[in-house]
Design a protein around this ligand. Structure first.
Ligand code: ZN
Length: 113
């Protein structure tokens, strides 16, 4: 059973509200250093959580075998081309081409030197 969160904006609109509208409407007497620090930490967390859920491209390690690293955390993707998510961080993996052990299309991935 999923939880109902009520009406919500898109990620872009929510970030715009948080970063553009809100700072202009916070009274000056509230904006001390502690408040500004907490506000920035909140913005950082929201941006991080939004980005964390976006699929990332895997990175290929050069070598005799094809070993893929998570494009988010850098951990080896243990299940290789069969993985839809990183085993370490749970980030969705975005494969550009048909998953194969034979090679990588140009521009499909960023190779690790
Ligand atoms: Zn990862």
């Amino acid at each position: 059973m999923s939880r109902s969160y009520g009406l919500m904006w898109s990620k872009e609109k929510a970030l715009e509200f948080l970063k553009v509208w809100l700072p202009d409407n916070i009274p000056e007497e509230v904006r001390d250093d502690e408040f500004c620090d907490e506000y920035q930490r909140t913005v950082n967390r929201v941006e991080y959580e939004f980005e964390r859920n976006l699929p990332c491209k895997p990175r290929l390690q050069k070598g005799a075998k094809h070993i893929w690293d998570c494009g988010w955390c850098g951990s080896v993707i243990v299940s290789g081309e069969n993985a839809n998510y990183c085993n370490a961080c749970g980030h969705p993996i975005l494969w550009d081409e048909i998953r194969t052990l034979t090679g990588v299309k140009e521009g499909a991935t960023k190779e690790v030197d």
